[in-house]
Design a binder for this molecule. Structure first.
Ligand code: 2AM
Length: 172
């Protein structure tokens, strides 16, 4: 049987913002222990699809073709601790309506290919997993303009997790 791929749609910040969020993640790790997300893996998940077979991957790549998405601002202003997945993440102060709308549109677009459990979208960028100490973590606001979105594949290479863009779409 052909190998499956673990896929998700995401916003990728521009490299300078990824680096800034990566420095913030490393600072969180120094304060709380745990494992910081490395800068090149920093992303904002729009829709997690799970393990897909090769035929499904091709269909998912075709699915967003008709979507028209205007560029929108992503502004992260606060670090939250989420106890269930045990992670610290950077979140906006107000819900990101444009990202939520894009996530919903993607879920609709792929509905004939993959049934994604309906779960409320909550914009966040994971910074640190499995902290050993909990504390208040302040952050400076970090913002960028999203000009597109990607289909990402989570792959393990030599034991290291890499998030690799498989396909990308530009805002119009
Ligand atoms: P997150 O860090 O934004 O929460 C690849 O596995 C990415 O998909 C992870 O970084 C995680 O993104 C998200 N993810 C993993 N498992 C998930 C699940 N069961 N539901 C929703 N998102 C998930």
């Amino acid at each position: 049987m052909a190998a499956t791929e673990r896929l998700f749609f995401a916003l990728l910040p521009p490299p300078a913002i990824q680096a800034e969020l990566g420095r913030l993640a490393a600072w969180c790790e120094r304060r709380c222990g745990g494992r910081a997300v490395v800068p090149e893996n920093i992303h904002l998940t729009l829709l997690f699809l799970g393990e897909l077979a090769p035929g499904q991957v091709e269909a998912v790549c075709r699915a967003p073709a008709g979507l028209r998405v205007a560029p929108f601002e992503v502004r992260l202003e606060r670090i939250e601790y989420w106890p269930r997945p045990r992670l610290y993440c950077a979140v906006p102060l107000q819900p990101l309506a444009a990202a939520a709308a894009l996530a919903a549109a993607l879920q609709q677009a792929v509905r004939d290919v993959v049934a994604v459990p309906a779960r409320p979208f909550s914009a966040h960028v994971t910074l640190l997993r499995r902290p050993r100490r909990l504390q208040e973590l302040p952050m400076p606001p970090i913002a960028w303009t999203a000009t597109g979105f990607c289909l990402m594949s989570a792959r393990r290479v030599d034991g290291e997790l890499h998030y690799v863009p498989v396909e990308s779409w530009a805002c119009a």
